[in-house]
Design a protein around this ligand. Structure first.
Ligand code: FE2
Length: 182
C-alpha cells in the first residue's frame, strides 16, 4: 500500500490542503521514526509506522478548519475517527484506522467524551499499541497551521498546551514523553 496514493484519492496534488497535509505527515513520520529508533527494545513495527504516520490525518478535509484550507461539515475534533472510517472503507487493515482515531490530543477517553459532551462516538480513543503511542506523541511536535508550522515545539510546551484542554491529556503525554526519553 502506498500512503500517497491513498491520500491522492481524497486530496488534489498542488492544492494548499494537499501541501499542508503531506508536509505535516512527512514531518510526523520522521519524528515517529526518530522516536522508534530509540525504542528498539519495544520492537515497534517500522514499516507500519512509515505508512500509518503518513495517513494519520487523512480525515481533516471532512472537518472545518479554515487555517488549513479544510471546508468540511464536521468539527475539527472529529478528524481522527472520520479518518478511521475512511481508511476502513478503503479496506485497509483496522490498525491503520485506529492510529487515526487514537491520535488526537493524547488520546481521548470515553469518560472525557461523555463529561464534555464531545461530538464523538462514545468509546475510548486512547493509543494502546506502541505504534499508536509513538505517532500520537510525534504529532504533537508539529503544527499544521501555517502560522506555526516552522516553530519548534518543545516537550514542556506540549504538556502545557495539553493541560489547557484537560489534565488527563497532559498526564498521559508526560508519561509517554518520559518513557520515550523526550
Ligand atoms: Fe497530525
Amino acid at each position: 500500500m502506498d500512503p500517497l496514493a491513498v491520500i491522492e484519492k481524497f486530496y488534489t496534488p498542488g492544492t494548499k490542503r494537499y501541501q499542508v497535509l503531506v508536509e505535516h505527515s512527512r514531518i510526523v513520520t520522521e519524528k515517529s521514526l526518530e522516536i522508534a529508533s530509540n525504542l528498539t527494545h519495544l520492537k515497534p513495527d517500522i514499516e507500519f509506522i512509515k505508512k500509518a504516520a503518513m495517513l494519520h490525518d487523512i480525515g481533516i478535509y471532512l472537518t472545518r478548519a479554515q487555517s488549513i484550507d479544510c471546508n468540511g461539515k464536521e468539527p475539527y475534533i472529529c478528524h481522527g475517527f472520520l479518518g478511521k472510517k475512511l481508511l476502513d472503507e478503503q479496506g485497509l487493515p483496522p490498525e491503520y484506522g485506529l492510529v487515526c482515531e487514537r491520535h488526537t490530543g493524547a488520546g481521548i477517553t470515553k469518560e472525557n467524551i461523555l463529561s464534555n459532551n464531545l461530538p464523538l462516538p462514545q468509546r475510548d480513543m486512547v493509543p494502546i499499541s506502541i505504534e499508536e503511542k509513538i505517532i500520537c506523541v510525534a504529532d504533537k511536535y508539529h503544527s499544521k497551521n501555517p502560522k506555526y508550522a516552522d516553530k519548534k515545539i518543545t516537550t514542556p510546551q506540549i504538556i502545557d498546551e495539553l493541560g489547557k484542554i484537560h489534565q488527563d491529556h497532559a498526564k498521559r503525554f508526560s508519561m509517554w514523553a518520559e518513557e520515550f526519553n523526550l
